[in-house]
Write a protein that binds this ligand. Structure first.
Ligand code: ADP
Ligand code: TRP
Length: 330
């Protein structure tokens, strides 16, 4: 059986280096040993939590550019917007009809949302949030994906996808492929400027696509302790040191450790870190600058991607509809 990897990227916010190291870089790396890869912009997922249409629009563009600038080759992968493949939404409805409500009641995201409500547990909760895992199952099952790279917070959604697919296969015909998760390195949480997990919700990010000047400014803002130059520095639990690990090789790490032992000044450590990050981000930034004004190019590329993806989706939805009895009268 072909190894077909697929992953969705929710289009909220502007990508930061945590997204790059935790999601973009490993996924692009993974395309090298798969037969086929599918990367899509999960724009219908993004409207679950964000109703600001301008911010959604900007984010779709920025996320698309982040992936393309980071080296995603649209000739080798399927790259499309979820909303451009309407068969996914058809499948989503069909799957809704075989998914037990009780299964959705157990979803972490839904439970977290109800747990902060006091009197009415469902206050502020939409059907979109409640059935989020069904849309994700449709994304995955539409393309017979065999391997799905996700962060550890998404593993439950993969288990639900397998449950839903198995139920469909049992009720109708075994035509849906049960996918395996590929769980991204849980240990490697990229720290943000304040030492907590880098996340747009904490406002502590180092941006991926901004100018060199802004990159430098944010690296200089990393919070350190007040040890003076010349005093040995502890590299465990150090934001600068953890960030270094993601951009330089083992032998360079050894000399950085030595510099810590010898009491490198924080200013100097930050300067070195900036240079290491900048070396990797420079080509990405150049590509971004080249593409960012060319909306036609990005739109054409996404629409070609959707066309290719729909060729597969149309065949599959036809088979699925036949299996459930929605077909020509005969
Ligand atoms: P944010 O926390 O900024 O909202 P998302 O939740 O949208 O980021 O994450 C998108 C992807 O980037 C996920 O696959 C997630 O695992 C990865 N990611 C986000 N932040 C980090 C981080 N600090 N370290 C490693 N990976 C991260
Ligand atoms: N829910 C995923 C996230 O927030 C994004 C996503 C949507 C996805 N559909 C998917 C990931 C299908 C993998 C497969 O990160």
């Amino acid at each position: 059986m072909k190894k077909r990897i697929l992953t969705g990227i929710t289009t909220t916010g502007t990508p930061h280096i945590g997204n790059y190291i935790g999601a973009i870089r490993p996924a692009i790396e993974m395309t090298k040993d798969s037969d086929e890869s599918f990367f899509f912009l999960a724009d219908y997922h993004s409207i679950i939590k964000n109703q600001d249409s301008d911010s959604i629009k900007n984010s779709v563009k920025n996320v698309a550019l982040a992936w393309l600038s980071s080296g995603l080759d649209p000739n080798k992968s399927y790259f499309y917007k979820q909303s451009d493949v309407p068969e996914i939404i058809e499948l989503c409805w069909i799957l809704n009809c075989v998914t037990a409500k009780g299964l959705m009641n157990r979803a972490h995201a839904y439970k977290a949302a109800t747990s902060i409500n006091e009197n009415d547990p469902d206050k502020g909760i939409t059907m979109g949030l409640f059935s989020y895992p069904v849309l994700m199952a449709a994304d995955i099952l539409m393309f017979d994906s065999t391997h799905v790279p996700v962060g550890s917070d998404q593993v439950q959604h993969l288990e639900m996808t397998r449950d839903i697919a198995a139920r469909f296969n049992h009720l109708y015909k075994p035509i849906l492929t049960l996918p395996d998760p590929i769980i991204q390195d849980k240990e490697n949480v990229v720290p943000g400027l304040d030492g907590r997990k880098m996340s747009k919700s904490y406002g502590n990010v180092i941006p991926l696509l901004e100018s060199e000047k802004i990159l430098k400014k944010s690296v200089m803002k990393i919070v350190t302790n007040s040890l003076e130059p010349g005093e040995p520095k502890d590299s465990s639990d150090c934001t600068i040191f953890s960030l270094f690990k993601n951009f330089v090789d083992d032998s360079e790490m050894k000399s950085i450790q030595k510099a810590y032992d010898e009491g490198i000044a924080w200013g100097e450590a930050k300067e070195m870190l900036f240079n290491s990050i900048n070396d990797e981000l420079e080509p990405i930034r150049l590509k971004f600058e080249e593409l960012k004004e060319d909306n036609d190019y990005i739109n054409d590329l996404l629409s070609d991607g959707a066309k290719k993806a729909r060729d597969i989706a149309k065949d599959k939805i036809f088979q699925i509809k036949e299996a459930i009895g929605i077909t020509k009268i005969s």
